[in-house]
Design a protein. Structure first.
Length: 176
């Protein structure tokens, strides 16, 4: 267990903290849960930076990091949708994309010699936009800014998904 993996586990621990704060009766619960989400995002950047800079990438980290990302996204998106902060269409599109990517990733991992598709610039941009969207809601930005960020989040998630499908098909064909 190395430092990036410990940070990733910390991110997983932040998920129930986010949920407890978000679904509490605290006066500023959305702001506070948004701050928990921000800490998770900073931790995500930090664990990736440390893993790359100090060559501390592991197979466990390659699986655990996207798992933490997806769990965090699911918890936040579902919670924000339950409060009508984001439309159901955003929730469904992103969750469907993530579910298909999980299934595709599992197929490659178990069928094709433990291949894991690394994140790329499209996925990273989609993640940054998701964080910006959630934080804009948490900080009560004007609705038009929130709407623009949500649309960009969906567009980048679609682009990231199409890029993932392209890579998946190529790797899946090579492994046959």
């Amino acid at each position: 267990m190395n430092i990036p993996n410990i940070i990733t586990i910390f991110r997983i621990i932040l998920i129930p903290i986010f949920l407890v704060v978000f679904h509490s009766n605290l006066e500023n619960r959305v702001l506070y849960s948004g701050l928990v989400f921000l800490v998770s995002g900073i931790s995500d950047v930090l664990d990736g930076y440390i893993a790359r800079k100090y060559d501390m990438g592991t197979k466990l980290g390659a699986v655990l990091d996207p798992f933490a990302d997806k769990l965090t996204s699911f918890a936040v998106l579902i919670s924000f949708n339950m409060e009508n902060f984001i439309p159901i269409s955003v929730l469904v599109l992103i969750l469907l994309k993530e579910f298909i990517m999980i299934v595709g990733g599992a197929i490659l991992y178990f069928r094709a010699e433990s291949i894991v598709i690394p994140s790329n610039r499209f996925g990273k941009a989609a993640t940054v936009l998701l964080y910006a969207s959630i934080l804009s809601i948490s900080l009560q930005f004007p609705i038009n800014i929130i709407a623009i960020l949500l649309v960009l989040t969906v567009v980048y998630n679609i682009v990231a998904f199409l890029n993932y499908v392209k890579i998946f098909l190529k790797l899946n064909t090579q492994s046959l």
